[in-house]
Design a protein around this ligand. Structure first.
Ligand code: EPU
Length: 419
């Protein structure tokens, strides 16, 4: 098991190259199963979740060449023949379920166990299952698998989502592009990663309107073709480093960035007293002033991202007064408060809300990364803390952040990884 050792209280300064977005690359790699031609992806992050999905693509019969050092994946799914997602890979990542839509579209069949991923609350797949059934598939439980069958082709239909699920929308979008006729997905997720997936699918020959809004319309086509595509920058990685600049009292510039994707964070950072500059392709953030407390709620995009909730709450431990945070997306994503408390943070959690009392004097301690973003929050707390922090179970962090040790070291952090 690896751990991080961090000496705090050093302002970070410099520029950070932001990797391709994990949550965009994962569905895009799944989408490569929708064509028998080669799809080449550039700017793919070198992180654990990508290794898992690459392994899965190989498992279902695709020919995959992954060169992490070049951030490139080439997929040729001409000969896919195995519609079964193995339980050991399904357990590793929520994204494993993203193969269900494309496999059903291409092979008329998919067998997938309930997916794993970070333990941050209940993570059902009923949106995906119900939508596929609306499009003519039968979905039954067979042992530990969801068995999806759609002999012939899926049929376009009106599909209303009970919740604008991010992977649910992506799965149904991928199922719809090869369906017969028109599909209208209502109450769809509007996350930038969904728009990026629609953009990739359109470049492969799909006919999609409205991605990035709550109503997506898809006119099915007979087949898709190969393409070369660059993954969008990771807004959550950018946001994590933005908060690192603020909490360390330094100044960082993150590039490349799509400024519009950063709006929910920019708005909140400015409100609490952090300077943010839009430099076109770069997102520049400067801290160092006394922060004011605020009230924040996470919501589906364009609301404040749940994936930055733990990081922003950590910043709020340094605000002068009481802040309130409502986690409205997941029902158990405030567990990290116990770890932050070991470092001196004062957070009172009740249900899905927390009251944070600041400014707290954070001190180095031995803590555990409980999940990916909780781990990132602890890194931020350690950067602000007096003394040495040891973060155990750092593999959670490595599922989603590429080379975080080198990136932080290059801008002045004292951080090392120990096995
Ligand atoms: N939900 C339902 N029904 C469903 C599916 C989801 O009610 O059928 C509820 C869940 O219970 C949960 C909420 O919807 O409370 C959010 O789930 P959603 O399906 O939208 O999220 P996801 O697709 O599982 C993706 C990202 C998450 C990110 C969320 C929200 C991937 C692989 N994961 O998860 O990323 O938090 O969207 O934007 O794209 C992370 O990167 O740390 C991470 C957890």
């Amino acid at each position: 098991m690896a751990r991080l050792v961090i000496q705090g209280q050093r302002p970070l300064r410099g520029e950070i190259r932001v990797a391709g977005a994990k949550n965009a690359a994962l569905p895009m790699l799944a989408a490569s199963l929708l064509t028998g031609e080669e799809v080449v992806f550039d700017n793919v992050p070198d992180i654990e979740d990508i290794h898992t999905i690459v392994e899965l693509l190989g498992h279902v019969g695709a020919d995959v060449q992954y060169t992490p050092a070049e951030h490139q994946v080439r997929v040729n799914a001409r000969n896919i023949n195995n519609p079964v997602i193995p339980p050991e890979l399904a357990a590793k990542a929520r994204a494993s379920f993203l193969l269900v839509g494309p496999l059903t579209g291409r092979l008329g069949r998919a067998m997938a166990p309930h997916p794993g991923g970070c333990a941050i609350g209940s993570r059902p797949v009923n949106v995906d299952v119900k939508g596929l059934a609306d499009m003519g598939a039968t979905v039954v439980h067979e042992g530990e698998y969801y068995a999806v069958r759609a002999p012939g082709r899926l049929r376009g239909n009106k599909v209303y989502l009970d919740y604008p699920s991010h992977t649910g929308t992506e799965n149904l979008l991928m199922a719809a592009v090869l369906a017969k006729g028109k599909t209208v997905i209502k109450h769809a997720a509007a996350e930038p990663e969904v728009s990026a997936l629609a953009d990739l699918l359109s470049a492969m020959g799909a006919n999609i309107k409205g991605a990035g809004t709550s109503i997506i319309e898809v006119e099915g086509v007979d087949e898709l073709h190969g393409v070369r595509y660059t993954v969008v920058p990771d807004r959550i990685e950018s946001g994590t480093f933005a908060i690192a600049a603020a909490i360390s009292g330094g100044e960082l510039s993150m590039a490349p960035a799509v400024m519009a994707h950063m709006d929910p964070l920019t708005h909140k950072l400015r409100e609490v007293g952090v300077e943010v500059e839009d430099e076109g392709e770069a997102y520049r953030v400067r801290g160092g002033w006394q922060l004011t407390p605020t009230e924040l709620q996470t919501l589906p995009y364009p609301g404040f991202p749940t994936d930055l909730q733990a990081c922003f709450s950590t910043l709020l431990t340094q605000a002068d007064g009481m802040s309130i945070v409502h986690e409205r997306v997941y029902d158990n994503r405030l567990q990290y408060s116990g770890e932050l408390a070991k470092m001196g943070a004062r957070m009172e959690v009740e249900g899905q809300s927390a009251r944070i009392f600041g400014p707290a004097h954070l001190k180095g301690a031995r803590v555990r990364a409980l999940d990916l973003r909780a781990g990132a929050a602890l890194v931020l707390a350690a950067l602000a803390a007096d003394g040495e922090t040891v973060i155990e179970d750092v593999h959670h962090l490595e599922r989603g952040y590429e080379d975080i040790v080198s990136k932080l070291t290059a801008v002045g952090a004292s951080i090392r990884r120990e096995q």
